[in-house]
Write a protein that binds this ligand. Structure first.
Ligand SMILES: [Zn+2]
Length: 191
């Protein structure tokens, strides 16, 4: 572990300790009866009728627009959990961060079979890296993982395990983190 990473890690652990000392974690799952209805089903609206933005404090009564905002990005498979507590200008800002988050986890979404926004949430998106060295397709019958062997790191870890490197679509880590933080703020107790 290099020195920069070690000091970064130490600082992160400090943040974790601070968080745990000041916040109480609640274990209240959002229960939804129709989790297996991609592209359909009834939405659960958090902060229903609030129309006050959790991020900037704007209110609908002041003339600021509100749409139903997806609490966890739609591209991460959330179709049905939405909220009335994010104004349209904040929603537009966050959509940029969410795109970076999507690029960070891109190959994982395909491998885990997360259905995104396309085809009404019925299709698992194909992953292609930006240099077209890797393409991952997931279907009902399995995963097809196409690589350019000249450009891809393939490592035999044990007689049973193999690791295959995937090149990310470029993203800004801080922006991806902001996308994740945005969802976290949306799930905090309002008070
Ligand atoms: Zn706002």
């Amino acid at each position: 572990m290099d020195e920069a990473y070690a000091s970064y890690n130490k600082r992160e652990l400090g943040f974790r300790d601070y968080f745990q000392a000041h916040y109480e974690l609640e274990d209240e799952p959002i229960i939804h009866p129709e989790t297996d209805t991609p592209g359909g089903g009834e939405q659960v609206v958090l902060d229903k009728g609030l129309y006050r933005c959790r991020y900037c404090g704007s209110k609908k009564s002041d003339g600021v627009g509100f749409k139903k905002a997806h609490v966890i990005p739609e591209h991460m498979g959330n179709k049905l959990i939405v909220s009335h507590a994010e104004c349209t200008p904040c929603n537009e800002t966050f959509s940029v961060y969410e795109a970076h988050l999507g690029q960070l986890i891109g190959p994982l979404k395909t491998l885990l079979g997360v259905k995104g926004k396309s085809k009404g949430g019925r299709r698992i998106p194909k992953f292609k890296d930006f240099k077209f060295d890797t393409a991952i397709t997931r279907s009902d019958t399995g995963v097809l993982w196409e690589i350019d062997p000249q450009q891809t790191t393939v490592r035999l870890d044990s007689p049973r395990d193999i690791s295959i490197g995937v090149r990310h679509i470029p993203y800004v880590p801080l922006s991806a983190w902001k996308g994740l933080a945005r969802s976290s703020v949306h799930l905090l107790d309002l008070e």
